[in-house]
Design a protein around this ligand. Sequence first.
Ligand SMILES: [Zn+2]
Length: 216
Amino acid sequence: MKSSANTIFAMIMCLLLISSYGCKKDDKDLSAKEAIENENVVAVGCPKTEYRDWKTSEYVLPYPMGQSYMVTLSHCGGSFHSIDGPDQFAVDFAMDIGQTITAVREGIVVHVEESGIDGEFPNNLVVIEHEDGTFAQYMHLTQNGALVEKGDKIEQGQNIGLSGNTGLAGFPHLHFVVTEKGSFHYPYTSIPVTFRNTSPNERSLAAGYRYTAFDY
Ligand SMILES: [Zn+2]
């Protein structure tokens, strides 16, 4: 039952790829030939992008161990944010309002906005700077949904916020993006990341799949 549902989903993904890219048979960058063995997850991701080995990634999923959420938008393949736009490598996780969000990596909180009301602006977010100067940005948090303050030192996996529906969310979800060092303000430049504490994600997470956070 599960595998037939996955097969149907893979067909839908392929149709989406065909409509997005023309799905040329000889295009090695497209995902159809790169499906991860034994997982039935279509390995999506942006063409010509190098993704770090997920098994040794410094990143873990942005929610507590044992929890599982659906990715609704990811990178380039299937349902994605934008190609070559600031949010090219962002990932959306469908989350009801008030779910716990955790730090993907340790760092220092450099920006907090939590005054927004769900369904309205501003977009609430927590931004954490990592030791290499990159930033993790956790967006659309609920009102007063920041559990940390500017200047706080954050451990990996620490609770940092509560999900919501503020800013340009459209529906409750976490918009997660890692951005290059320098300025974290929009329009930033996003960076592709993979996650070590979940199922195989060679080219990061695929839209339309649920990912469970494992122990790490
Ligand atoms: Zn998003």
